[in-house]
Design a protein around this ligand. Structure first.
Ligand SMILES: [Zn+2]
Length: 90
């Protein structure tokens, strides 16, 4: 049975995490999915220009589906920070 992991990702009911848009198999459901997708990292300074003064070295990470290039998630981080994972507590 298919169920949602997030707005953009689903469990396919057969042990995998898939893109909700194109059904591309991202990885096994017991793995960290962000290690299996296309990642873009850009500095907030470069994205926002000279008016950005909040924090030097802050990055915007964007995660894209390898199958359809849909944007799956974003996060802000400092270089070499580990990926952030949502944890669902029932
Ligand atoms: Zn996709």
């Amino acid at each position: 049975m298919k169920s949602r992991l997030s707005e953009t990702l689903s469990f396919n009911g057969r042990g995998s995490i898939v893109c909700s848009c194109c059904e591309y198999k991202i990885c096994d459901q017991d793995l960290h999915w962000k290690k299996s997708v296309i990642i873009s990292e850009e500095s907030m300074q470069d994205l926002c220009g000279d008016n950005y003064t909040v924090s030097q070295g802050l990055l915007l990470r964007r995660f894209f589906c390898p199958g359809c290039y849909a944007l799956l998630d974003t996060e802000t981080a400092i270089h070499d920070d580990p990926f952030l994972y949502d944890k669902i507590i029932k």
